[in-house]
Design a protein around this ligand. Structure first.
Ligand SMILES: C[S@@+](CC[C@H](N)C(=O)[O-])C[C@H]1O[C@@H](n2cnc3c(N)ncnc32)[C@H](O)[C@@H]1O
Length: 284
């Protein structure tokens, strides 16, 4: 991934959420307050111009997303379901006793900013590439940053999660934790994904969970981005954020065997796939 500039895919997800806020019926899926918070964050951080955000709130923008849905069928609305899935997992984990929430590759996600003020006993951490993390932190600062929301600017392909969190005095290594890995795994090199789950286990206590999303693999071994995979993968590559990792859901059990995590089928909602992504939850 091109690391010197803020993530374009993170901006794309955030703008998608803003546009979904205008689409009828989506208010029943999107987490409460997410659209307004995302608009505020994009503007205050300077990640997107006020004008572009205004356009994203228009019906024309909804029409454009729908017109391009053939490229990745269902993916426009899938972002709303993905956000709702992750937020449900965070709330479930906190209700079950989690004292920390960690968002890996957080992008312009606003869950931490929205939930932290009402959950003073829970620390929220976000890790992202420095260029994206710094821009986001600037926006959150302008919006009023809760004391229990912490930003960490690191490249997880360069530095191990374990080392990053060991060096953080606020992080509790044995606390029950919810870790969210939303829309990130496909951007990481396979060798990073191989060890990431074990590292998540090493920095969290009993009763922790990881909620994650991932893309499947095609017969030719490449990530599956739907019927126009070749085009989508090419566009991602030229944008500087190629997809590097994928896995078929039936391989998940074997993949996790090398870790301390167990697939938590009972923690999943009925939804385990939306658009081109699969959803998963593991616990320990
Ligand atoms: C598609 S965006 C998803 C953002 C957010 N999770 C969401 O769903 O709204 C992928 C995010 O992962 C981050 N990312 C990719 N590779 C990373 C790495 N090696 N270390 C840290 N963050 C990374 C990008 O900067 C970007 O913010």
């Amino acid at each position: 991934m091109r690391t010197e500039r803020p993530s374009r895919t993170a901006r794309k997800v955030a703008l998608n959420i803003v546009t979904l806020g205008t689409k009828r019926g989506m208010e029943e899926v999107l987490p409460p307050g997410i659209v307004d918070a995302t608009v505020k964050l994009l503007v205050e951080s300077g990640a997107v111009s006020r004008r572009a955000v205004r356009f994203s709130c228009s019906r024309v923008a909804v029409g454009i997303y729908l017109a391009f849905d053939w490229m990745m069928p269902g993916q426009f609305e899938a972002f709303a379901h993905r956000k709702a899935f992750c937020e449900r997992q965070v709330k479930k984990g906190i209700a079950a006793g989690a004292r920390q929430v960690l968002m890996l590759g957080a992008g312009y996600d606003t869950l931490g900013w929205r939930l932290a003020p009402e959950l003073a006993g829970v620390n929220f951490f976000e890790i992202d590439h420095p260029a994206t993390a710094r821009l986001k932190a600037k926006g959150i600062e302008a919006m009023g940053s809760p004391a229990n929301l912490h930003f960490i600017a690191e490249d997880l392909g360069e530095r191990h999660l374990v080392d990053v969190l060991h060096a953080n005095p606020t992080w509790e290594l044995a606390a029950p934790t919810v870790i969210v890995v939303e829309g990130l795994l496909m951007y990481l090199p396979p060798e990073t994904v191989e060890t990431l789950f074990e590292q998540c286990a090493a920095v969290s206590g009993a009763g922790s969970r990881v909620a994650f999303t991932y893309v499947g693999t095609r017969a030719n071994g490449r990530p599956d981005a739907g019927p126009w995979t070749w085009l989508v993968l090419w566009l991602l590559k030229v944008s500087g954020e190629p997809w590097l990792w994928s896995m078929q859901p039936e391989e998940l059990g074997l993949f996790l065997k090398k870790t301390t995590w167990t697939i938590a089928h009972d923690e999943m909602d009925s939804l385990d796939r939306c658009g081109v992504e699969f959803f998963g939850v593991v616990t320990k």
